[in-house]
Design a protein around this ligand. Structure first.
Ligand code: A3P
Length: 287
């Protein structure tokens, strides 16, 4: 079997992200106008990126905003290309805060962190493990949930990831966005995001951004794409194939997967840490 997972500083990574890439993170040349899009995998990364891309489209008067490879998936040989990109550069990453290059942190870059109910995140990741050829097959949901709760999945523990960013020194430049709020009132969230980024948009534009980033529109657009997945345009380091992303896009799918016993297991293993985090406590666990 090909090895699909390896560990770096105690955290499981897909081997698609090489140790070389992880070791060269500090070579990243940060700029003040860089915008970081941070998420634990399966929290709505592609959704947020679509919103940001459309917002900047107005700000840049029709020019496309530069979206870089994920921070952990940069090709060190392409450092010049990265340097030549016009700002602002949108940089996605699934890295926990302690692995992000110091240089990015000291520039006080604007950062958006997407949070999703961990139960739905676990379900989404379980299906991703089945379908994504860069991840090992885990056939049984109960086996996968066990791994998830122990933090033995790509990018480690959900709650540790969130806490690392919640306690960041740069916290006044971080906007935390909940997936469930995006589902509840997308135009309101788009307005909040645009204010945070200082991108002025009209109400018509807010509606347009919300429409273009709806689940059905995004899914249809991707399904119509004929081009093969392009490794140079990757929002999530776990895949360049966007056809793998749009599964259900729903809140509460965990109820179709968790047994009562698994729900108690979740509480027993994560509750204490969740209670120690304001952001994690604010997640709506019941629907
Ligand atoms: P599901 O597997 O539950 O459907 P990421 O982009 O971080 O990999 O997250 C993927 C998850 O976000 C998937 O969840 C996907 O369906 C969901 N998603 C992507 N775009 C969405 C949208 N516009 N609206 C709602 N959910 C979306």
């Amino acid at each position: 079997d090909v090895q699909l997972i390896h560990s770096f500083k105690g955290i499981p990574f897909p081997t698609r992200v090489t140790i070389d890439q992880l070791n060269s993170l500090d070579r990243f040349e940060a700029r003040e106008d860089d915008v970081l899009l941070v998420s634990y995998p399966k929290s709505g990364t592609h959704w947020l990126m679509e919103i940001l891309k459309n917002l900047y489209h107005y700000r840049l008067q029709g020019r496309s905003v530069a979206i870089t490879q994920p921070l952990e998936f940069q090709d060190p040989a392409k450092i010049h290309e990265l340097r030549n990109l016009p700002g602002p550069r949108l940089i996605p990453t699934h890295l926990p805060q302690q692995m992000v290059p110091r240089k990015l942190q000291t520039k006080n870059c604007k950062t958006i962190y997407v949070i999703r109910n961990p139960k739905d995140t676990a379900v989404s990741m379980f299906h991703y493990y089945q379908r994504n050829p860069h991840l090992p097959k885990v056939d049984k949901w109960s086996t996968f949930l066990d791994m998830f709760l122990k933090g033995e999945v790509v990018y480690g523990s959900w709650v540790d990831h969130l806490i690392s960013w919640e306690r960041s020194d740069n916290d006044e430049n971080i906007l935390f966005v909940y997936y469930e709020n995006l589902k509840k009132d997308l135009p309101k969230c788009v307005r909040e995001i645009s204010e945070f980024l200082g991108v002025r948009v009209t109400e018509d534009q807010v509606r347009d951004v919300a429409k273009k980033s709806s689940f059905s529109e995004m899914k249809e657009r991707v399904e119509r794409e004929k081009a093969r997945p392009d490794n140079n345009h990757t929002v999530c380091a776990l895949t360049s194939d966007r056809k793998l992303i749009f599964r259900k896009g729903a809140v509460g799918d965990w109820k179709n997967h968790f047994t009562a016993e698994q729900n108690s297991q979740f509480e027993a293993l994560l509750r204490e840490k969740i209670n120690s985090s304001e952001l994690a406590s604010n997640v709506e666990y019941e629907f």
